[in-house]
Design a protein around this ligand. Structure first.
Ligand SMILES: [Zn+2]
Length: 97
């Protein structure tokens, strides 16, 4: 090996996962932190779990909630309009009779 060009190599570097498990590997970093590992990744566990580090799911759900609210407001308006029409029609029929 050429001298003074290689980084320091740690034979017993440790990878720590957010789930709690640790792994020993060789690395130029003494300690590595990861969010997922083969112990907790849904692909390996077979369990469905949403990994939401950027709050994307939460954001989507709030957006979806707003949309639903809008739709229901529209529906309420339409219902009121329909009721008014019905009443007017009934009054007209009464007047005719
Ligand atoms: Zn893990």
């Amino acid at each position: 090996m050429k001298k003074d060009i290689h980084p320091e190599y740690f034979e017993d570097a440790v990878i720590k996962c957010a789930c709690g498990s640790t792994y020993k590997v060789g690395s130029t970093l003494k300690e590595i932190s990861v969010e997922l590992c083969s112990n907790c990744h849904p692909f390996y566990t077979g369990k469905q779990k949403i990994i939401d580090t950027a709050r994307r799911v939460e954001k989507f759900e709030t957006r979806l909630g707003k949309k639903v609210e809008k739709i229901t407001k529209k529906k309420v308006k339409r219902q009121k309009r329909d009721e008014l029409k019905k009443e007017k029609r009934e009054e007209a029929e009464k007047a005719e009779a």
